[in-house]
Every structure is written in C-alpha cells, then in structure tokens.
Design a protein around this ligand. Sequence first.
Ligand SMILES: *Cc1c(COP(=O)(O)O)cnc(C)c1O
Length: 399
Amino acid sequence: MTGLTRNTTHLMPITERPPIVFTRGAGSYLYDEAGLAYLDWMQGWAVNCLGHAPDVIVAALARQASTLITSSPAFHNLPAAELASLLVQHSAMDQVFLANTGAEANEGAIKLARKWGQLHKQGAFEVITFGKAFHGRTIAMMSASGKPGWDTYFPPQVPGFPKATLNDLNSVRALIGPQTVAIMLEPIQGEGGVNPASLAFMRGLRALCDEHYLLLILDEIQTGCGRTGTLFGYQQYGIEPDIMTLGKGLGGGVPISALLAKQHCCVFEHGDQGGTFCGNPLTAAVGIAVFNALIAPGFLENIELRSQQLTDGLQQISHDLDLGEVRGAGLLLALELAAPIGPQVVDAARRNGLLLNSPRPQCLRFMPALNSTEVEIRNGLRILRQTLEHCRNAQTVAV
Ligand SMILES: *Cc1c(COP(=O)(O)O)cnc(C)c1O
C-alpha cells in the first residue's frame, strides 16, 4: 500500500476513506498509485455496470464531446430524444425526464405524484415509503428514506412520507388515508442490506394501488439497468409501476438518471420541472451506449450465469464457515455474516486485493460488473473465502 501523494485537506471530510488512491480502472479491476490491482466488486456502488473505462463509454464520450456537449434545456437535442425512445421501447413506461443523480430523479417522481394528486385526488400528497429504504440524500429524499436517525438529522423534516414495513402488506394498508397519493419502494432495498420485496408483497401493493387509486412508484436506481438479471427489477414480479426512476447503472459511471412514467400520470406542465444539466447530450449519449450494451444478445444471459456462479460460491462459503443467508438477485447479492464484523472484513479483503462493501455491519454486499467473466468471479470467491477464514480465526483468537 502506498501513502497519499496528494493533499486532501481541502476536501470536506464526509466519510472515512482508506489511505489509498486509485488512479486507473479497467474492466473489473482498479489500480492504485503503485500499480497494484484490486478486483472491484463495488464498481462505484453498482454504477459501473460495464466495468471500468469500457470502450463503448469512452467512444461515446469522445464522439459526443467533440460534437455537442450542452446546448441548453431550452432546446431539443438528438441523444436525449434517442435515449428516451430506447427506454420507452424497452419498458412499460411512456415518457422520460432525464436528470443527473438518483436523488434528483426521485425528487421528480415525488413532484409528479403530488401534481397528479392535485389534479386527480383533491390534493393528496402523502407517499408511503418503507423502513430501511434508501432514496437519496436531498432533504426530501432523506425524509423519504427509512434509515434510522434520518428523520432527525437536519430538521425540520419534509412531511408526507409515512413509513411502512417491507413485506408486510397490513402495515401499508394501515397507513392509507385520504391524503395518500402513492406508494414508493425499491424492488430490492440496496443500501438497507439487499432486502428483496417478495413476489406476493409486490403484487399486493399493485392491487392496493389499483383498489385505492394510488400510484406505484418503483425506485429502480439500483435494481434497474440489468443489475438484477432483467432490464428492470419489476419485470420479475409480473407487475408494472406507474412511475419508475433509474440512475447508477444507466450511465455506467457517468452521472445520468431518469424519471419515467406511464401516460396517465405524465402531468407536468411547462415550468414544473427542469434543470441546467438535465438531458444534456454528453451524458445522454453515454446512456444510449450503455443501454445498447445491455440489450445486446447474450448480455442478460451472462448476468444470470455469473449470478448463479456467485450465489453457489457464496452458499458454499456460508455452509463451510457457518455464516448466514445468501440473498438478492442477478449481480446484487448479499451474504449475512455470523457477527457484525463487516467493516473489518472489507478492510481485510481490500488488503487481499478485493473491494467489497458492507451496507450493514453484519452483511456484505456484492456488486460486480455485469460483464464479469467466470474467471473473475472464481478469483473473487477465492479471495473472499481466504479473507473470511482469516477473519474467523482472528476472531476466535480474540474471543
Ligand atoms: C443510490 C441510490 C439513490 C440515490 O442516487 P444518487 O445518485 O446518489 O442521488 C436512490 N435510490 C436508490 C435505490 C439508490 O440505490
């Protein structure tokens, strides 16, 4: 490991970071200043769906940067129109608003739902969200999220986000009232520890929405764009949302997000929504390149194969080392540990050349590139096993 060669004291400290600087990435690997390779199973938090610096993104950026970077949100541009058409063709949605971050897309979803409530539900504005949910870090999205403590972090709180419990339909039913306009959830809670909504629950929510004339909003910022094995997570439930948000994988590492909706709730009027960089040609061109890679023949099939391989490997490790549940879908998987030692495992794995994430102390989350190879998955499983064996021995000694 090398020391810092850059002065970082002028960056606001927002999180603890290891004493390491990555200077290059290629495919499934990141390289530090000394040139050491790390197998990256974080991929920018499930962002780099095609791995680091993939040719198609490099080419799209170069091509579009030398053609047109930004005209203005006051004008149409070709990449934004083409990306919107692609997303509509391949989803159950009818119209798209392009934005830059996940939180921004979700804010748009809430605005759209509240506007729809003004027009169709006598001003109803409440959006039922869930404990352990994560919807972003703006003030409103912190209120929508179900992270413990986030309701008292930066008071006053934005009202209108009562919390139900995932996979408990009665907890949702109990919150529906005259002010309710929508229900919003992640098909699999990512930051909350990879907690999937069950099939029965998701179908139950769709039925509740239909019965009470509510909108179903799916935050697919993490689960969309192939991450769970299908283009969008909702496709595995046999239901369709009214509103959906995408982010993360949509740009493969370049910041772009999208708010999508069915025609019946596309109610924005001129002036309701906008943003300086929203729908800029540079990032839209990248979105097109990424999406074309996702829908290329064989791409989703590879995710399924690698998912099966990783799931089998994790289950074997869990069995051999007496660990807990393996859960998730596609290449968004988690392993429950026997003790809250996630952060220590993450540190040890990094020293062994594998980058992992621990969204909760007793849980590891795996988000490899969607185009990972069989050999890469096998290598990651090998390093993970060695690391966990070592951590267990160290723990036994400590106890
Ligand atoms: C990451 C994430 C967000 C927030 O996206 P940002 O780009 O960080 O604003 C929202 N919802 C889910 C499900 C996410 O995983």
